[in-house]
Design a binder for this molecule. Structure first.
Ligand SMILES: Cc1cc2nc3c(=O)[nH]c(=O)nc-3n(C[C@H](O)[C@H](O)[C@H](O)COP(=O)(O)O)c2cc1C
Length: 412
């Protein structure tokens, strides 16, 4: 009997996926000069498409080259040359795979070394304990800043469609700008953008409406949302439930559920409050609850690396299974599972005393595999955490230098 993960699905926009396995967004930090998609990036995406996933969600693409989550990120704006984006979409669509571009604004999660804009709902800095100094002090956004961000999301979505992507996913999770607006901890505004969940969700809803106004009806729109922030007093599952209700009737193809932020990295399976996360499929309990109360298809991402777990996720009524790390280590996992259902993907885990450094090391180990795949090399299933972190820091320093040089006239 073929596994339920290989059943196709047609989403509301008409987008048909050949199976339920989705490559979740991973920022690759592999952009070419001027933050454009590189040939290494194309090779990486071809590898994923050839590996058998039904849908690829790109690593987050920035809507403003002066507000970046990292120095090697891709940015897509009004003035950007679409040629490499067209090639990127085209290779990602090999083997009848579909491709959605994740679009994002970092808000206050901007490294000080990188510079650029650090915008936030309120002027509350990130609290990363002794690592807080790595991040810029954010500025509370004005109405004009907010209007600019909404317009930029719409522009990037329109250009993604023009380049041949099947859709966009709005990043509203992991403590980035839209997630900062959603959270009562980072959003302490008392105007129409803060306070009640209706007000905190206004930015997300405005971005949805602005995108819908400029793309065609068959262009897929999805959202990555935290099931919770996993911080006391933060955005919680009841808030997520309310947001899903507000999205009803907005023609959203799916909502991908994740959790956490830089301050509380639940997406790596670590909870910062007293709740425990499942050992595999971290957010499944939340997803089950939200699936029952929402008619929008749900995708759940985090901790999935085994086929029986993917099947049990679908058995709860969740529509799509998001896999990030395990597809960085084993990009061929979907094809492998067709005839070897017992094969397990690899997820890295580092348990140093310094939780922030551990998190950075895990990210570095995964990014090392992305780089290797981009260079046509095999992945390493047991890389050294320390070495990966050092190499990642060196690479980031180089890319930061390039970024600052490229945009020296615009960066403060
Ligand atoms: C190197 C790396 C980069 C990531 N970049 C993004 C990103 O750009 N956008 C996003 O929504 N999530 C990003 N994530 C989070 C993943 O999409 C996913 O939610 C998380 O890794 C948990 O899934 P997993 O256990 O399958 O890896 C990233 C994760 C890793 C490891």
């Amino acid at each position: 009997m073929t596994s339920s993960v290989f059943n196709q699905i047609t989403l509301e926009s008409g987008l048909t996926l050949k199976n339920r396995l989705v490559k979740a967004a991973m920022e690759e930090n592999m952009a070419a000069a001027m933050q454009l998609p590189s040939t290494e990036l194309m090779r990486l995406y071809k590898t994923w498409a050839d590996g058998g996933v039904g849908l690829i969600i790109t690593g987050n693409v920035m809507i403003d080259h002066l507000a970046m989550t990292g120095p090697g990120g891709v940015a897509l704006e009004q003035e950007t040359d679409l040629t490499p984006f067209k090639s990127w979409a085209s290779v990602a669509k090999s083997q009848h795979c579909k491709v959605v571009m994740q679009i994002n604004h970092p808000g206050r999660q901007v490294f000080k070394k990188l510079g650029g804009k650090s915008l936030a709902p309120s002027n509350i800095p990130l609290n990363m304990g002794k690592h807080s100094h790595m991040f810029s002090q954010p500025k509370a956004m004005t109405e004009q800043d907010i209007a600019d961000v909404i317009a930029r999301f719409a522009t990037t979505a329109r250009l993604a469609e023009a380049a041949g992507f099947d859709g966009v996913e709005i990043h509203a999770a992991h403590g980035y700008l839209i997630s900062q607006f959603l959270s009562p901890l980072s959003n302490q505004r008392n105007d129409q953008w803060g306070g009640s969940i209706e007000n905190r969700a206004r930015l997300l809803l405005s971005v949805v409406d602005a995108i819908k106004a400029v793309v065609s009806p068959h262009f897929s729109l999805s959202i990555k949302l935290n099931s919770a922030d996993f911080q006391r007093g933060g955005f919680d599952v009841e808030d997520a439930q309310n947001v899903l209700t507000m999205l009803h009737g907005k023609h959203i193809d799916f909502v991908e559920l994740s959790g956490g932020s830089y301050e509380a990295p639940a997406m790596q399976g670590k909870s910062a409050d007293d709740r425990t996360l499942a050992r595999e499929a971290y957010f499944l309990e939340f997803a089950e609850k939200l699936t029952k109360s929402s008619d929008i298809p749900i995708m759940v991402t985090g901790g999935i690396r085994r086929l029986p777990v993917a099947e049990s996720v679908l058995a709860t009524g969740v529509s799509l299974v998001g896999i990030a790390s395990a597809l960085a280590t084993s990009p061929n996992l979907p094809n492998t599972w067709q005839d070897k259902p017992d094969i397990e993907g690899t997820i890295f885990n580092v348990n140093w005393q310094d939780k922030t450094l551990s998190g950075l090391a895990v990210m570095a180990m995964v990014k090392q595999q992305l780089r290797r795949l981009g260079q046509g090399k095999k992945t390493k299933l047991k890389p050294s955490a320390t070495l990966a972190l050092i190499k990642d820091q060196i690479n980031a320093a180089k890319l930061t230098k390039r970024y600052r040089r490229q945009f020296k006239d615009e960066l403060s």
